[in-house]
Design a protein around this ligand. Structure first.
Ligand SMILES: O=C(O)CCC(=O)C(=O)O
Ligand SMILES: [Fe+2]
Length: 351
């Protein structure tokens, strides 16, 4: 049982009902809501300075992030499409892709499996984590509000450090996620060849550098929130991987940082959002930028997103490509294995 914050007064001076009555057994945001919460407990509330930069998505003008039709890589639009991908990686660190060739049933099945997972009873969700960490020590499972962080995010996350251990239920979960993993890896590898070529490196440069890829997976669920303007669904962070392919349902919530603004991404049916991760930023010596992003929540609708990260093996040494270094462009990052990077750099988001 978690130790709960003693100070659970909200700015409105009320005390969350869930905290007054018997404490919830389910250590997730969904569990708290099930207990009839009407206002947000103190531990979710962001600091003044975070709130000052915080524009709830429903009061923000939407500015489109680049939308790229990657079918164009295979026809007369090839040069133009490659340049658009490279420019998005430099200036935004993210973009949406359409016509990526991932069959729609694969995307639908992954979103459905995620939703079915979060609808299961909490005991079932939590038992999976216990089983896998006891059997092989891997870092898989559902994030609990027992977290030691001072302020916690308004979201429930099922995290898979590797794609080897799976919950038995929902029965389709494993296959649905593995199919999405396989298909999204093909897309990310194709994009990696494009960004290599655009730096005048051999097309397979980055694929060769990163070696046999590994994937990790974050399945996110953001329940509706009685006071969305006080919380974040997911704190600002960059992903430590090479690329992330984010599949989301049709509810707005993702925001990306562009200059001094947060830009709300408008979900497009059939599109995937691609994020440049920190390993690509290092290997390209900063030519491509890992995007800072976060998730906001709303009062009425829950939201599901599935982030598939393409990462090097933990032993791979990642360093700025020597071909990109010159006197005027010295290395901006030190060489580190991916394992060392993970052990020393953290943005407070389990990846
Ligand atoms: O849910 C989202 O929109 C973002 C998810 C994300 O950034 C992550 O899981 O790393
Ligand atoms: Fe992320």
């Amino acid at each position: 049982m978690a130790t709960r914050d003693k100070c659970n007064r909200t700015p409105l001076g009320t005390v969350a009902k869930a905290e007054q009555d018997s404490p919830a057994e389910d250590l997730s945001v969904t569990g708290l809501l099930r207990d009839g919460m009407e206002s947000v407990p103190a531990r979710f509330i962001r600091t003044e300075s975070e709130l000052a930069s915080f524009c709830p998505h429903n009061s923000m003008a939407l500015e489109p992030i680049p939308m790229i039709d990657i079918e164009g890589l295979h026809d007369y639009r090839c040069q133009f499409t490659m340049a658009a991908i490279s420019s998005a990686c430099r200036h935004w660190g993210c973009f949406q892709v359409v016509n990526h060739d991932i069959p729609q049933p694969v995307l639908d099945a992954a979103l459905k499996a995620a939703r079915d997972f979060f609808e299961m009873p909490s005991k079932e969700k939590q038992s999976y984590e216990k089983e896998t960490s006891e059997s092989n020590g891997s870092d898989n499972g559902i994030q609990s509000l027992e977290s030691k962080d001072k302020v916690v995010d308004w979201g429930d996350v099922m995290f898979h450090e590797d794609l080897k251990n799976w919950p038995a239920n929902p029965p389709d979960y494993k296959n649905a996620m593995l199919s999405y993993a396989r298909e999204s890896q093909k897309v990310m590898e194709k994009l990696l060849d494009v960004v290599s070529k655009e730096l005048r490196l051999v097309p397979t440069y980055f694929r060769d550098l990163f070696g046999d890829f590994e994937q990790s997976l974050r399945v996110n669920h953001y329940p509706p929130c009685p006071q969305p303007e006080l919380v974040l669904g997911l704190r600002p962070h960059t992903d430590p991987v090479v690329f992330t392919a984010l599949l989301e349902d049709q509810t707005r919530g993702l925001q990306v940082r562009n200059g001094d603004k947060w830009v709300t991404v408008d979900p497009e049916p059939d599109a995937l959002v691609i994020f440049v991760g920190e390993q690509l930023q290092v290997a390209s010596n900063g030519r491509y930028t890992a995007v800072t992003h976060r998730a906001v929540v709303n009062k009425t609708t829950d939201r599901i997103s599935i982030a598939m990260g393409l990462a090097p093996n933990s032993k791979v040494l990642v360093r700025p490509a020597p071909e990109l270094l010159e006197k005027s462009s010295p290395p901006r990052y030190e060489a580190r294995t991916y394992g060392e990077f993970r052990a020393t750099v953290s943005h407070g988001v389990r990846w």
